[in-house]
Design a protein around this ligand. Structure first.
Ligand code: 2P0
Length: 321
């Protein structure tokens, strides 16, 4: 009996935004994330005597269209490791879309680990990160817990994530502020492609990320949460400037997103530690300390009636259960 693989979501503090190779999902820059303990994906893979993969998500059988990306990924794995078997995949996503976290990072990390387990590929974490990256770029980072850096690399073997060791715990908590709204969004894959192609600032982004990665690693080593927040917020705003400066321009922001950013500025003026990071969607994740968290949450909930707050702490890497 093969075990179920569990992978947790991660939030990028230095974002991945743009690929130099679409097929291999090789990014233009390194990125750096924090794995979170709150949301995860559980995936089990069983070899079946069938010429097609069968895929269940949350106990529901997916049709061809819904499961195409997963089927393509399984084809890639079969090719990479030279075997022909097909699988029944059972995935349970404990990442409610309403929580405002993307499930592709935990989803593809859990799937890579599940195939590793079932096929006894005996991949080490570096190889597993490479395998997960082939499913979705951000999944390469969900193999590890805590702070993780994805090294851009130049080919399939050199593009993988690795953990950033910290000597002791760091007092950092993420408050996710979910805007209760169904927004039609441009997928990350398409959004980053458009930004690379048409934002005149894209070359500056590549230079900026290189220096911010260095700076944030120093701040992590010093456990300087304020500095981590300052760098992460600046990096996130710079990523969103790439969407606004694309041609045609687009944005993931909603009016409430701006409102939350304004509240964060007000909180800082009051001396409360709060910094924003935003992914390819309207929700804002706020970097806090344990001390500032309660005040930040209280203030946000007082000012905005139509949002949900979710607290997440630092999470662990891949587990087999
Ligand atoms: C990140 N995002 O670093 C960035 C920041 C969203 C904003 O990685 O095309 O789903 O599957 O490699 O990993 C989301 O992009 O994109 C993402 P693909 P992915 O977390």
């Amino acid at each position: 009996m093969s075990k179920t693989a569990r992978a947790y979501t991660n939030i990028a503090l230095i974002k991945y935004w743009g690929k130099k190779n679409q097929t291999l999902k090789l990014p233009y820059t390194n990125s750096l994330s924090l794995t979170l303990d709150r949301f995860y994906t559980d995936t089990k893979a069983c070899v079946i005597n069938n010429d097609q993969d069968i895929i269940y998500l949350n106990q529901t059988l997916l049709d061809q269209t819904q499961s195409q990306r997963i089927r393509n990924y399984l084809d890639t794995i079969r090719q990479m490791y030279s075997f022909n078997e097909h699988f029944q995949i059972d995935t349970v996503n404990h990442v409610p879309t309403s929580a405002g976290f993307a499930s592709s990072a935990s989803g593809f990390a859990a799937l890579a680990a599940a195939i590793n387990e079932t096929k006894q590929l005996n991949l080490d974490k570096k190889q597993l990160s490479i395998l997960a990256r082939n499913g979705s770029g951000s999944a390469s980072r969900s193999i590890y817990g805590g702070f993780v850096e994805w090294i851009a690399g130049s080919d399939n073997e050199t593009s993988f994530a690795q953990p950033i060791e910290t000597e002791s715990e760091i007092d950092l908590t993420i408050l996710s502020v979910v805007i209760n709204k169904n927004v039609k969004k441009i997928s990350s894959t398409v959004g980053m492609e458009n930004s690379v192609k048409s934002s005149p600032f894209y070359p500056n982004w590549v230079t900026l990320v290189a220096s911010e990665i260095k700076e944030i690693k120093q701040a992590i080593a010093k456990k300087d949460v304020q500095k981590i927040g300052e760098i992460a917020e600046h990096n996130a705003m710079s990523m969103h400037a790439l969407t606004l400066s694309a041609n045609p321009s687009f944005t993931y922001f909603e009016p409430e997103t701006i409102k939350i950013l304004q509240i964060i500025h007000e909180l800082r003026q009051k001396g409360i530690l709060a910094y924003a990071t935003i992914d390819a969607g309207p929700n804002v994740k706020i970097i806090c300390t344990k001390e500032s968290l309660k005040q930040v949450q209280k203030y946000i909930e007082e000012q905005l009636s139509n949002v949900t707050c979710v607290v997440a702490n630092i999470g662990s890497g891949i587990q087999y259960i």
